[in-house]
Ligand binder design. Structure first.
Ligand SMILES: Cc1cc2nc3c(=O)[nH]c(=O)nc-3n(C[C@H](O)[C@H](O)[C@H](O)COP(=O)(O)OP(=O)(O)OC[C@H]3O[C@@H](n4cnc5c(N)ncnc54)[C@H](O)[C@@H]3O)c2cc1C
Length: 534
């Protein structure tokens, strides 16, 4: 039995996995008075919300996620009042920007007028178009976010959003959002800066720029940046996980790490507990909530023999999102950008035209390692000075790679085996992309860490080959179709078992909504007999 777990433990609910979705679910169940145990396979809790000093002892690096605007706008995370448990947010001078070879920048500031003025410098009229989008979002944005983060179909929240739609521009916005990012950008804007901001934000959300539905990602992230900024937790992403864990344990919950769940125990179609690596079992009176990907749950933790045949057939439709390779740098000074932005951005999108970004997405879709990969880059000491010694920078960049590599669209040097050598070669390509806009960057590198698809998965097994969304964000696997048609949402074919991870609607990102939906489903279940204490 794992240390910290007494033989014969029985609780109201076990949460398998302590990612943000698992911890949000655990908090809601504990608030309802349930006796809750979180079991985590890694030595520390938090899932893909963690930070460390591995790259260089004087620098804090976020191991996985860094910017948490979705946590700030998430109704459930807001309701947890994590600031009372030590969480503080830091903002960079500007939110997100893209450098161009000629030294200019496309910049998104928290001050919308300043964003608009910058866009106008590229194409007169784009500033006004941006402000029109912002005005419509002011009216419907909150309801759209509530609707997206609620179980689907979000009848109450959807109705509220629809009531606000008839105002000027809103129907046009809805049409644009449901279409492709490219359609939205081309219809609303003339200049490169505004179009590349939309393209970068659509790509940031793992949706093909030309595909239906990518407009909504581009819009959601861009408008969230405009209204709330993209803040990062002071001290490192781990502070967010600590606040979630502290709140939960203060409410009486328990987290046991180094406890990998190997099996969900099912008796007569109902989840009755879990078996932990090493052989120990924990019984549940009410529910098991699984913060693991759908393919790990169905046919993995729950064997096919405990599931209807239909689930197995439907799971064949499941598609992973692409893999990821992340590079972290400890830098002796700030990133030496060739042209200076008007204010230093926390996030940098490296991909200077919508066409270039789309090309790297097309290569990915064809199973090729992109020749000129689109990069998401973070300047963390610029955002939160506690991350590095004064005047120095804690930076990262990540890019997507195919789940299964068929070819290299670049110089042929990356094979997609993702052993150390291969991952370092890809990291060199990533670094060369940054160097092209920031000559002298490599001279400032004090230390570098490369987390290829294998290393990401070793540190968090939900990240299959570095997939960070728990399954593709393409429209065919969204809403009621997530994770697969017929098992949409948190409920599963096993009574008392709920899917709480980002494989469920609304998908990837640190918003806790998947965990909250699973907790609400468990709390409202009538299939379980009323609880008798004692
Ligand atoms: C490199 C990277 C950068 C990202 N950047 C951002 C960002 O800036 N902003 C943002 O909003 N999102 C970002 N994301 C996405 C975000 O981190 C994830 O979508 C989110 O963490 C998903 O939460 P989760 O709780 O579903 O799963 P996870 O956070 O993956 O947590 C799952 C947990 O379950 C545990 N587990 C799995 N199987 C078992 C088992 N059998 N037994 C016990 N425990 C188990 C795992 O060890 C892990 O701790 C990023 C992700 C990555 C990888």
């Amino acid at each position: 039995m794992t240390e910290g777990l007494a033989a014969g433990t029985t609780v109201d609910a076990v949460v398998v996995g302590s990612g943000p979705n698992g911890l949000v679910a655990a908090n809601l169940l504990a608030d309802a008075g349930w006796d809750v145990l979180v079991l985590e396979s890694q030595p520390t809790y938090g899932g893909a919300v963690a930070s460390d000093r591995e790259v260089h002892p004087d620098f804090v690096h976020d191991t996985f996620s860094s910017f948490h605007p979705l946590a700030v706008i998430s109704p459930v995370i807001r309701s947890l009042d994590l600031e009372r448990h030590g969480l503080r947010w830091a903002h960079a001078p500007s939110v997100v920007a893209t450098p161009f070879r000629d030294g200019r920048w496309a910049e998104l500031h928290r001050d919308r007028d300043r964003t608009a003025a910058g866009l106008d410098a590229f194409a007169s009229g784009d500033g006004a178009a941006w402000l029109r989008l912002c005005a419509v979002w002011d009216r419907v944005g909150e309801e759209v976010v509530d609707a997206l983060m609620s179980p689907f179909p979000p009848l109450r929240q959807g109705a509220r959003a629809v009531r606000r739609l008839p105002g000027p521009g809103a129907l046009r916005l809805l049409r644009a959002a449901l279409g492709s990012g490219r359609g939205l950008a081309d219809r609303e804007f003339d200049g490169l800066a505004a179009r590349v901001l939309v393209a970068g934000n659509a790509a940031h959300g793992d949706a093909a720029y030309g595909a239906p539905g990518s407009g909504v990602f581009g819009l959601l992230l861009a408008m969230t940046a405009q209204q709330h900024g993209w803040p990062a937790p002071v001290g490192g992403a781990g502070s967010l996980a600590t606040a979630l864990a502290d709140r939960f344990t203060a409410a009486g919950g328990r987290i046991v790490c180094d406890a990998r769940v190997e099996r969900v125990l099912v008796d007569q179609g109902r989840a009755t507990g879990v078996r932990v690596r090493g052989g120990g079992e924990v019984r549940v009176r009410r529910a098991v909530l699984a913060d693991v990907p759908a393919p790990t749950l169905y046919g993995g933790l729950v064997p096919w023999s405990d599931l209807p045949g239909r689930t197995r057939r439907l799971m064949r439709l499941f598609h992973w999102d692409p893999g990821t390779l992340k590079v972290d740098w400890a830098l002796s000074g700030p990133v030496p950008w060739a042209g200076r932005p008007s204010a230093a951005p926390g996030t940098v999108h490296v991909g200077e035209t919508p066409e270039e970004i789309e090309q790297s997405q097309k290569e990915l879709a064809a199973g090729a390692v992109p020749a000129r990969p689109f990069l998401l880059m973070g300047q963390m000491a610029t955002t939160d000075p506690t991350r590095a010694p004064a005047g120095q920078e804690s930076a990262w960049a990540y890019t997507h790679v195919p789940q299964r590599v068929r070819s290299d669209a670049g110089d042929g040097g990356v094979r997609g085996t993702w052993d150390r050598d291969d991952a370092e070669r890809m990291a060199d390509r990533v670094q060369a992309r940054v160097e092209a806009y920031a000559p002298g960057f490599s001279d400032r590198v004090l230390a570098r860490r490369v987390l290829g698809p294998r290393e990401l998965q070793e540190r968090d097994e939900n990240l299959e080959n570095g997939a960070l969304n728990g399954g593709t964000g393409a429209l065919r696997q969204q809403l009621v179709l997530r994770p697969v048609p017929g098992t949409g949402g948190a409920r599963t074919p096993v009574a008392g078992l709920y899917l709480a991870s980002s494989s469920a609607h609304p998908g990837g990102g640190v918003h806790g909504a998947c965990g909250a939906n699973a907790a609400h489903a468990a709390l409202s279940s009538r299939r379980w007999p009323p609880r008798s204490r004692g």
